[in-house]
Design a protein around this ligand. Structure first.
Ligand SMILES: [Zn+2]
Length: 123
């Protein structure tokens, strides 16, 4: 990969990281506790539970993304960025441009996805 491509992806990763860190999912504390000011009826209560679950999932996803971004930045530092962790093949600039924190080539990413689907299907 050309140095300027690497610089471009690094800048992208840093921007993504800032966006996650400044994003409302990680900074918002509103959903951490339910206000007891007025007692909600059952429907409201259910909505609250769903909202909490959704916001938990969002936050979890953001944290996972943050970790992936950090790992990618670390790989840039030690010169292994852009290589598939499974086979060592070059991931390719086009794919990295779409997903700068990708750590698998398209082939192995699809395989990992299939594994995950199978896992979800069979619990
Ligand atoms: Zn691979």
């Amino acid at each position: 990969m050309k140095q300027e491509q690497l610089d471009e992806l690094k800048a992208k990763l840093i921007k993504m990281k800032e966006e996650v860190l400044n994003g409302s999912y990680l900074t918002s504390k509103e959903d951490l506790h339910v206000t007891s000011d007025d007692l909600p009826d059952e429907a409201d209560l259910a909505t609250n539970v769903i909202n909490q679950q959704v916001s938990f999932n969002m936050r979890h996803r953001e944290l996972t993304k943050l970790r992936a971004i950090d790992e990618a930045l670390h790989r840039i530092e030690n010169g292994t960025y852009g290589e598939c962790e499974e086979c060592g093949d070059s991931i390719g600039f086009k794919r990295l441009n779409n997903q700068p924190f990708a750590n698998l080539c398209i082939e192995h990413a699809e395989e990992a996805e299939r594994e995950q689907m199978r896992f979800l299907k069979h619990g």
